[in-house]
Design a binder for this molecule. Structure first.
Ligand code: GLU
Length: 481
């Protein structure tokens, strides 16, 4: 670690999957590290045995990777570092900033009830302490104890990179436990010890941690360690103004992937939740964000998660992503949908790439490629009912028969030739081109909307096109009777 290196971290607790709030915090940290040539560290905060689930660690790390948030150090696990925290607790006891509290859970509960019933809500902190003689006696008889921080009188203040100067009266902070009676250090102490040992220079996290921050600053002061800088980012709200949470059905980051959102799109979108560039741009690819993101310009107000904006951005990213890369992402979705197999696709990669090229302007999610592309993989599709009603009649049957014959006779089944044939035939019949285009589209795809007809025909290929046009004629004829 060099002296002035910027070092930041994301410290997820594996009590749930990676949700959008933590993902956005991770993005801000990552951007800050990357734009300053600093280090981005991953630390898993799994000291809470009751709530931590080991099986959630890999999905969290996978979601970070999926978003492209590569880390320089870690993942570190707090559960593997427990013995490192003890010296911090001992030091605080030695220098008088912490004390052993021998009150039993029952005594504490009773006191809490008394307080709740009385007008005086403040706990007389001295009640928690023991006299030196009493302490010696209780220690000698192996009475269990917790260690509490002796919160001093006065106030605690610090300058938040985002929120400015913040002050809290110490009277509002209880003498909190830093080490439980089983010898395990609690969360706030573990965070301070780790942030110190990992050389963290900036703690960038959700503003729901501000209460912890004051406690952590008291710990730093008690330990005689200079605290890092703190930057508290606003919480993401749902459109109904409630905080996003899993409980309310909000999604894991991985779910966005399953729903066809590109990691680049989600990355850009999340970054705009609580921050925006000075101009009005919204489409900001990662490299541009590394350049223009400013931690100090993160808003104080809580942003609202607007899924429509996510889809609009995702559409832009789909449009600007190379066809071959989209093909790689869409291929497994097509296989899952049962349209094709991995084996079949292996030799028809170019066909898939062409399909992607035809549809990409119309898709807001990768999953829409699947919804729109069934007819590229099967001849067995139904015709859209209203469109069939409108476009399939005996005139259309005649025209499709003729057009199919002319298409079949073409040496070069290419866009210009197809357009030429169709235009000449429309002129000969003295009808608008639409009268040929709509039935043809319906015959070859079963739907009334889609990519430009000539591109569509070229991609499907002569044999398929002619076969499907003739099949439509048979269908119309059967329908007539
Ligand atoms: N483990 C905390 C969380 O998941 C983060 C704490 C921190 O960043 O200091 O919310």
């Amino acid at each position: 670690m060099s002296d002035n290196e910027i070092r930041v971290r994301i410290a997820p607790s594996p009590s749930g999957y990676l949700h959008v709030g933590t993902a956005r915090t991770a993005i801000f940290n990552w951007l800050y590290a990357r734009q300053n040539g600093g280090k981005f560290i991953v630390r898993i905060e799994d000291t809470d045995q009751a709530r931590s689930q080991a099986e959630l660690v890999d999905p969290i790390l996978d979601a970070l990777k999926w978003l492209g948030l590569d880390w320089d150090e870690g993942p570190f696990f707090q559960s593997e570092r427990l013995e490192r925290y003890t010296p911090y607790v001992e030091k605080l006891i030695e220098n008088g900033h912490a004390y052993r509290c021998f009150k039993t859970p029952e005594e504490l509960e009773q006191k809490r009830q008394e307080l709740a019933e009385s007008k005086d809500q403040h706990l007389d902190k001295d009640w928690l302490k023991s006299s030196p003689e009493e302490e010696q006696r209780l220690l000698a008889s192996n009475t269990p104890y917790a260690v509490r921080l002796a919160v001093p009188d006065g106030e605690t203040a610090y300058d938040d990179v985002i929120l400015g100067h913040l002050v809290r009266q110490n009277a509002e902070i209880e003498d909190f436990v830093i080490c439980r009676s089983d010898g395990r250090a609690v969360y706030n102490l573990a965070v301070v010890a780790d942030d110190h040992e990992m050389g963290i220079t900036h703690v960038i996290r959700g503003n729901d941690h501000i209460t912890n921050t004051f406690k952590q600053i008291l710990l730093y002061r008690g330990l005689g360690i200079e605290p890092p800088k703190f930057a508290h980012v606003p919480l993401i709200l749902r459109p109904d103004k409630k905080k996003v949470s899993k409980r309310l059905g909000d999604k894991d980051v991985a779910e966005y992937g399953n729903e066809g959102i590109l990691p680049e799109g989600l990355f850009n979108f999340l970054c705009l939740l609580g921050w925006s560039p000075k101009d009005d741009r919204e489409y900001l690819p990662r490299e541009e964000l590394v350049r223009v993101f400013r931690l100090e310009n993160v808003n104080k107000a809580n942003p609202i998660f607007n899924e429509e904006k996510l889809l609009a951005l995702n559409r832009e990213y789909i449009k600007n992503t190379a066809d071959y890369r989209l093909a790689e992402l869409v291929a497994p979705l097509l296989v899952n949908a049962g349209y094709t197999t991995k084996y079949w696709l292996e030799t028809r990669w170019e066909y898939l790439r062409q399909i992607i090229g035809l549809l990409k302007e119309r898709c807001s999610r990768l999953t829409e490629f699947v919804e729109m592309s069934e007819y590229f993989f099967t001849d067995e599709f139904a015709y859209e009912e209203t469109a069939a009603h409108k476009n399939f009649n005996s005139e259309a049957a005649e025209r499709l028969t003729e057009l199919a014959a002319q298409f079949e006779a073409l040496d070069r089944f290419a866009k210009e030739e197809l357009e030429h044939v169709l235009t000449a035939y429309a002129e000969e019949l003295d009808i608008g081109k639409g009268k040929l285009i709509h039935p043809t589209r319906l015959a070859v795809s079963g739907v009334s909307k889609g990519p430009g007809l000539y591109d569509l025909l070229v991609t499907l290929g002569k044999e398929t096109v002619v076969k499907r046009m003739r099949k439509a004629v048979t269908f119309i004829e059967a329908y007539k009777e």
